[in-house]
Design a protein around this ligand. Sequence first.
Ligand code: PMP
Length: 430
Amino acid sequence: MNHSQSKALFSRAQETIPGGVNSPVRAFRGVGGEPVFFKEGAGAWLTDVDNNRYVDLVGSWGPLILGHAWPPVVAAITEAARLGSSFGAPTEAEVRFAELICATVPSVEKVRLVSSGTEATVAAIRLARGFTGRDYILKFEGCFHGAGDPFLVKAGSGVETLGLPDSPGVPAAVAGLTLTAPYNDLGAVEKLFAERGKDIACAIIEPVVGNMGVLIPEEGYLQGLQALCRAHGVLFVLDEVMTGFRLARGGAQEVYGLRPDLSTFGKVIGGGLPLAAYGGRRDVMSKVAPEGPVYQSGTLSGNPVAVAAGLASLQALRSPGVYERLDSIGRELEAGLRAEAEEARVPVTINRVGSMFTVFFTEGPVFDYASAKKSDTARYGRFFHQMLEEGVYLPPSQFESAFLSLSINEPEVAHILRAARRAFRALGTA
Ligand code: PMP
């Protein structure tokens, strides 16, 4: 494959943009080499600036559950833009959007719209602190909740990919208020809560983790965590930025039968535009300004173009059988990838929940931060580049989830598995 235009753009970009990218994992540091610059997406397929084509398994890191440029979403965006791109004042569409979220996710009684997942998680923990009067928060090792200061402690995603355990610029006094525990270890939380429970405002968790690669909650883990939170007056905050409207219409909380005090959403709810949300218990959400004293605001919050894209996407996800279809495509790919790896004698662990999956290059099992880090990231990098050459765009880091879309059909599955056969064989002989 020729990447000359991408290379030229990347070298130009580095002159004016830090690292040449507007978000770190895009730079391919996790896999080596240089990023591909894209110019077009249509359904399951991406076209780069050198006219190479790829089946997209990133989907803009989760939002594009329908695929690229889904016609009803494009139409909704066009129509909304024609009517004015922003008012900084209320619109009917945002009321409909809030009603739709509250009707779909029973734990969400009131919801506030924001423009990014980071804004949603930062606001949620501020609210938890304001509501409980407690300063500490608990997060889980390797989970990522966006780039807010309190979360850049033992974080996953790009922080893990770049090996930046503690970011300069986050004051020790702020980082010191973030307590951590290993994922999938209830005993650790029990012990921590026994000692510090009354100081902790909330526990925030990715129910199914995407940001160390995919980790699956052990049976009873999330329910147990919710119960421990209740027992200690710690708010249970489910970060559904990745999982919301992706694993089921009602998100991971529907799948695992949870009722969090607060939830955060992003990605899928915006249909590829900047839109996110936090919401939950009525008494807690009533503390948000102007109804209550906990401040949070945004110039473009509830932006009409973003809300139109979100409404059109969520509408499409109401069609019967969409989540079953995503799961069956996922199951077929998982089985196919496992068979190809076995055939080539490459040891892998594949973790998958519905349309989120990761191929870890380790015998596994992979169930927490420590076990995820045993994966051979250099091998992942070689696999990634081989797949890229074969026309499949995987996440450019071992510590990220791949995402399936409803635009992936049998021809794309066959294309991915053909590519994987060659890629695993190349690794097997390397
Ligand atoms: N929470 C989770 C679980 C995420 O995966 C992400 C982003 N990948 C965020 C929060 C932050 O969202 P954003 O990038 O929109 O700020």
